[in-house]
Design a protein around this ligand. Structure first.
Ligand code: HEM
Length: 514
């Protein structure tokens, strides 16, 4: 009896095992049948079923794509899980793709992370995205917004200077500061204020966190421990990166489940703070009998004719804080880095600042003056060309399309290798040389149409004007008033890649100018 049941147990286990093997073999067979009969096959590494080429991915999309480009050429493919990804490395191909208003098609990872049909960045619901995008065009992309950015950047700079003066120094007036640490708080505070007119006092909060022995009185801000909100953003980028690229099976595997849960809980924490802010402003508006006359995005959302849910508003504000904080801080760091390595360029830029802004170093800077800083603008473009904060961009096609003679079905995922295009000798003379002068030749259309620091088409960065106003004003304030040197003049610019290049650990020496 016992032997019989043991045998039947063994038989049924065997059956399950056999079924599993047959199922697996069919899946693998079908996967490779589809792979070898796909439309317009391109060169690229052969994928594994289920996980694709995930094992070859180094965690830095820019480096990964460059390594494959060197082997397979300017258009190739790889697999992210079971999804085919086509990578293009030439400006002519990229220009066509940027016209598509879709970044990614719905994706189970982004669904799980709550980003695929909300907000701006990864929203693949076209109608929902365009409603939010329209709001942005009317608020943050206006000349008034650029003017406010220039003004508030100065207010914030004065606050930062006061805190810098308190930083200990062994060398008189010369202070050594972790530029990236300060900058990320600066750009966060700036973006938060311009979107909501609220203050988090992240700079003071940061100063107190790194100077516990010499604290200053901290005004009450909207977000507790605001200096550490930056870490939440870094983790949010890590989350988007992880959920977009990691196949479901791997995300839920014992080795990765902990990471998945940590990233989800980080996102919930960030959302809770923002929802509270939105609720408070809504109550304030409802209680107020007078018409609220504010241009900020949050108030505009809450007083709009069409009803937009708090969570939808939360998603867009979160995306703006994500989109506007570390990108701007990293771009600024890259500029300071390249200036540190090119003293002649720095000298010429300081001369332009003196010429345009005048001799009174305490005078207010206006948007008109910022717009006249042509050489500074060229430095911005050149540093961003060599160090694009988003080195690889993404697009998908709603309809079948054709690129470089290859036909692709709808919903193909494309990657655009911006970093390569920015350094290709086909578009740039001496591509690896930092030479802002190249931008002064406005008639070189080939160069202008191969520059994608802010992307392109309908999904081009809506914060572009704001970012330009902020970066140029801050550079003007820094170099008009201080002599700036890099502490380490040898090491390359250090960054961590998580969708964007997040510069870290850039130390500078600042000394008031004579
Ligand atoms: C130097 C600073 C910045 C850089 C380098 C940058 C770069 C970019 C790039 C490359 C894109 C993708 C565009 C595309 O796919 O075509 C993008 C999108 C975006 N950026 Fe920026 N950005 C910066 C500053 C800002 C600021 C200040 C904000 C807002 C306050 C912002 C908000 C956004 C948003 C919301 C998107 C998504 C747009 C959409 O999908 O419709 N960015 N940015």
């Amino acid at each position: 009896m016992f032997l019989k049941s043991l045998l039947s147990f063994e038989t049924s286990t065997m059956n399950y095992f056999l079924l599993f093997i047959i199922g697996l073999a069919t899946y693998v067979g079908l996967f490779y049948y589809r792979y070898f009969t796909r439309q317009s096959p391109l060169p690229g590494p052969i994928p594994l079923p289920i996980i694709g080429n995930v094992l070859q991915y180094t965690g830095d999309a820019g480096k990964f794509v460059e390594a494959l480009r060197l082997i397979y050429g300017d258009i190739f493919e790889f697999y992210s899980g079971t999804r085919r990804v086509v990578c293009v490395c030439r400006s002519e191909m990229a220009g066509k793709l940027f016209n598509s208003p879709l970044r990614v098609h719905s994706n189970d990872g982004l669904d799980e992370y709550g980003m695929s049909n909300k907000g701006i960045l990864f929203n693949s619901d076209y109608d929902n995205w365009s409603t939010h995008r329209r709001f942005l065009q009317k608020t943050i992309a206006t000349p008034q917004s650029s003017k406010e950015t220039v003004e508030f950047t100065q207010t914030l700079f004065q606050e930062m200077e006061k805190l810098w003066k308190r930083v200990d120094s062994n060398d008189g007036d010369v202070k050594e500061i972790d530029f990236t640490g300060w900058l990320s708080r600066f750009t966060f505070e700036n973006t938060l204020f311009l979107m909501t007119k609220l203050r988090a006092h992240a700079l003071t909060n940061y100063y107190n966190a790194i100077n516990p022995q010499n604290k200053v009185v901290e005004p009450e801000g909207t977000i507790p421990k605001s200096h550490s909100y930056i870490e939440i953003f870094k983790t949010a980028f890590e989350g988007a990166h992880f959920f977009l690229l990691t196949p479901k099976l791997l995300r839920n595997s014992p080795g990765m489940r902990e990471t998945r849960n940590r990233l989800l809980s980080n996102k919930t924490g960030a959302s809770t703070n923002l929802l509270k802010i939105i609720e408070e402003r809504r109550t304030q508006i409802e209680k107020s009998n007078e018409k609220i006359d504010s241009n900020d995005l949050l108030t505009k959302f809450l007083t709009a004719n069409e009803k937009i849910s708090d969570d939808d508003i939360r998603a867009t504000i979160m995306d703006l804080l994500l989109g506007g904080t570390l990108t701007t801080a990293s771009t600024l760091s890259a500029i300071v880095y390249y200036l540190g390595h090119n003293p002649k360029v720095q000298k010429r830029m300081v001369q332009e600042l003196d010429d345009v802004l005048g001799s009174d170093r305490d005078s207010n800077i206006t948007i008109d003056q910022v717009n006249k800083l042509e050489y500074t603008d060229a430095i911005f473009k050149e540093a961003s060309r060599l160090f694009p904060t988003i080195p690889v961009n993404v697009r998908t096609n709603a309809e079948p399309n054709e690129i470089a003679g290859y036909k692709f079905p709808a919903k193909t995922q494309f990657l655009i290798d911006v970093e390569r295009i920015h350094r290709s000798p086909d578009y740039w003379t001496d591509p690896d040389t930092f030479n802002p002068d190249r931008w002064l030749n406005k008639s070189d259309t080939k160069m202008y149409s191969s520059y994608y620091q802010f992307g392109g088409g309908a999904r081009e960065c809506p914060g572009k004007k704001m970012a330009l106003a902020e970066v140029k004003t801050l550079i003007a304030l820094l170099y008009r008033n201080y002599d700036i040197e890099l502490v380490d003049k040898v090491s390359p610019l250090n960054y961590k890649y998580d969708f964007i290049k997040i510069v870290q650990g850039l130390e500078i020496k600042i000394k008031p100018r004579n």
